[in-house]
Ligand binder design. Structure first.
Ligand SMILES: Nc1ncnc2c1ncn2[C@@H]1O[C@H](COP(=O)(O)OP(=O)(O)OP(=O)(O)O)[C@@H](O)[C@H]1O
Length: 711
């Protein structure tokens, strides 16, 4: 079905002579064809699962939720399913009528042609209706799937966005989340519901057919011969399966991409909340509600177009089923047999070994039983798994965050934030989850409002950990942290985080545009372009952004991958991005992320973007932020850029409290109100630069050592 061999030359989507373009929702699909293709039928496994009973309450809840979202579609779907499960029995009844006509013809040498054609017509109409209703069923099912996916995607997005770092890092939680994120074209909810409905209607189909069959076949003979004829028909139909856009006429190469900015942005947001990479920024920036709203808006705006490539592809393939020839294929296949057999039965009653009705009945029966039984067996196994998926989906909403929210608003008085926030550690010790060692041991200090505090020390001494505890990314293992004199655990988390701007040492940039990356520093002003530009200027990022072809709209990492298969070896670039040929062994090759990664920006440039994001929050004229936390913001900057950054930081700081972690002595420490020298999880020395030099301890020794390196 998909590209399977590589040829010389290049794949050019713009070569209209050899390439056909299809529009599938937000996707552009380019296909090159060649004649003759082999088709390999796919196979599926049957597995059994238990614990269905336990999960039934979630099924009930799902039905209620889905019913609320799209009850009319659901009812149409159920009615269609029931109708189409009764049709085979009706066809069978018509076949029985034909059988009677044949019997009468054999016995009396007469045939009522009017009745014969009425019955044959009725039989054919059944077959036609069956075909049409199957197509309508597919369309309704696909619409339901999309609606349900849309409804639950916001639910899953929020369930994930609201989790804090320790909870998200918990392997049990992450495996639960992995299992509910829709990774293929069907949501777990729709797969479960449609699976159950299909199982029910398959059972109904089996019962009604058996009932009619018993009535009609009572006096039949020649069963063996009929079975043989019928199954040879099955074998034929297996060899000519329905094929989609990528399966007709011999596809040898295809590629799909999307240019839809809303879709790309939506995928970027999804990647932002899935995975632990951006979790710290997400939590510390209090972004969960903002991002959920943005995501929901994008989902609404995109509507049914918001599907991945395979969803859109599937939808198109279903629509293809409405072609006239495909519609009448089945009736055409059956009609000649019926008419010819009936007429021959009339003409030479004694020489006919089998009757038309017998043939028809056997064929229908074997078809229906084979289909119904195999799908029943298949569905029974997967339903147990899917029901437990429903449970996990609903439970994801209730996963308790490990860092619990406080109840006290902060600050009590909005004006007080102007004077900066005070931080006090009282005998704090901290151990990372799963680690035997303490990252902090009995740490006590106080940073007064408006002070500049610089934490210096060797690698792994605990500097970053202090900043993470102040932002309540983690909770202390022992001791207390006071913020403006109040226990940090009593303060409302959203308020606390809104009152601080933080730049992590291991910051991450989001898979979104540069503009969004900076804007998310201050979600409340995310659409203020002037503010974004100002933040970029302050972060020293404005110049290099201006040089990028797409400027502020440049994507650091493209969140949506292009899809392609079977591209000729000479195809080096496609849609302006380099082609990854390494995946050609796979069924579907993927690629399309910018080869240089992060839009080809240097480490220093990426750091400037991260600093700009922090400035977005802290540079407001109306101060909301009273505390700035910077963890090595200049690690990747050259000395000039570092000097500039520090100068801007001092200038912008105003009265805000600033805590700064660094390996480098000198530049900032000379201006610090408080320096803390850390080693091996403890604070060894505290004081101002002059005091610590006078004390001639480790700080003084290391400062002199660094100074000497420049002499
Ligand atoms: N997520 C984590 N899980 C387990 N241990 C951690 C984690 N993060 C840090 N640590 C450990 O905690 C200790 C303190 O780390 P921290 O990052 O606070 O040091 P640091 O002084 O900021 O170091 P550097 O100067 O290298 O940034 C180290 O021993 C480190 O290995």
């Amino acid at each position: 079905m998909f590209g399977r061999r590589r040829t010389k030359g290049i794949f050019d989507p713009n070569d209209l002579l050899h390439t056909k373009h299809h529009r599938l929702g937000v996707w552009d699909l380019y296909v090159q064809y060649e004649p003759k293709l082999s088709w390999i039928p796919s196979s599926w496994k049957v597995e059994a699962y238990a614990e269905i009973i336990n999960d039934l309450p979630y099924l009930w809840r799902t039905i209620r939720d889905v019913g609320r979202t799209c009850w009319h579609l659901l009812i149409v779907y159920v009615v269609l399913l029931i109708g189409s499960s009764l049709l085979p029995a009706l066809s069978l009844w018509y076949s029985g009528q034909l059988l009677k006509i044949v019997q009468t013809a054999v016995d009396d040498r007469t045939v009522d042609k009017r009745v014969l054609f009425q019955v044959a017509g009725g039989r054919m109409t059944c077959s036609l209706i069956e075909r049409v209703s199957r197509i309508v069923e597919h369309r309704v099912s696909s619409a339901l799937n999309n609606r349900i996916k849309q409804y639950y995607s916001g639910h899953i997005f929020h369930a994930m966005a609201r989790l804090d770092v320790p909870t998200y890092e918990d392997p049990v939680v992450s495996s639960q989340l992995d299992s509910v994120i829709p990774t293929n074209r069907h949501s777990i909810v729709w797969s479960t519901l449609s699976g159950l409905l299909n199982t029910g209607t398959n059972g109904l189909r089996l019962c009604t057919q058996s009932f009619v069959l018993l009535g009609v076949l009572q006096e039949q003979r020649d069963g063996h011969l009929l079975t043989l004829l019928t199954f040879s028909n099955h074998a034929l139909s297996l060899l000519s399966p329905d094929q989609g856009l990528l399966g007709t006429g011999g596809t040898w190469a295809w590629a799909a991409t999307t240019h839809d900015q809303d879709y790309i942005r939506m995928e970027g947001l999804k990647r932002l909340v899935t995975g632990s990479k951006h979790r710290k920024e997400l939590v510390a920036g209090g972004l969960s509600e903002f991002l959920t709203n943005r995501y929901r808006k994008l989902v609404d705006r995109l509507g049914h177009r918001a599907g991945d490539f395979w969803t859109q592809y599937n939808e198109r393939t279903t629509l293809g089923g409405l072609e006239f020839l495909r519609l009448i294929r089945q009736p055409l296949k059956e009609l000649p047999q019926q008419i010819v057999f009936t007429l021959r039965a009339v003409q030479y009653p004694s020489s006919i070994p089998v009757s038309l009705a017998s043939l028809n009945l056997m064929q229908q029966t074997s078809d229906a039983f084979a289909l119904a039984l195999t799908s029943l067996a298949h569905q029974a196994g997967s339903i147990a798994e899917r029901l437990s998926g429903l449970r996990k989906l609903y439970e994801a909403e209730n996963i308790q965050n490990k860092v619990q929210d406080g109840t006290m608003p902060f600050p009590e008085d909005a004006q007080s934030i102007r004077a900066g926030i005070s931080i006090e550690f009282k005998d704090v010790s901290f151990q990372y989850h799963g680690s035997d060692e303490y990252a902090l041991r009995h740490v006590s200090f106080k940073v007064e409002p408006g002070q500049l505090c610089v934490i210096v020390g060797s690698n792994g001494s605990g500097k970053s950990t202090i900043l993470k505890l102040v932002a309540r990314i983690y909770d202390v293992t022992e001791g207390h942290i006071l913020v403006d004199g109040k226990d940090i655990k009593t303060l409302r988390l959203d308020d606390l985080r809104r009152a601080m701007a933080i730049l992590f040492q291991d910051y991450t940039l989001f898979p979104l545009s540069i503009k969004d990356n900076i804007a998310l520093g201050d979600p409340e002003n995310a659409d203020d372009e002037d503010k974004i530009r100002e933040a970029a200027r302050l972060g020293g990022a404005e110049d290099f952004i201006a040089r990028l072809p797409d400027g502020f709209d440049t994507y650091l990492e493209r969140p949506v991958r292009d899809l392609y298969s079977g591209l000729p070896e000479g195809t080096k670039t496609l849609f302006g991005r380099s082609v990854d040929h390494s995946n050609f062994g796979a069924l579907v090759a993927g690629g399309g992320r910018d080869s240089a990664g992060s839009a080809g920006l240097s480490g220093g440039q990426l750091q400037r973007l991260a600093v700009s994001r922090t400035f977005m929050r802290s540079s407001v004229s109306e101060p909301k932020v009273g505390l700035l936390l910077f963890d090595e913001p200049s690690a990747s900057l050259d000395p000039t850029a570092e000097q500039d950054l520090f100068a801007r930081l001092r200038e912008l700081r105003g009265n805000k409290t600033m805590v700064f972690s660094t390996h480098r002595f000198g530049n900032l420490t000379r201006h610090a109100d408080l320096i803390m020298y850390m080693h091996d999880s403890v604070i060894l020395e505290t004081g101002t630069h002059e005091q610590l030099l006078k004390a001639e301890g480790d700080y003084s020794r290391l400062w002199k050592m660094q100074a000497q390196a420049f002499l």
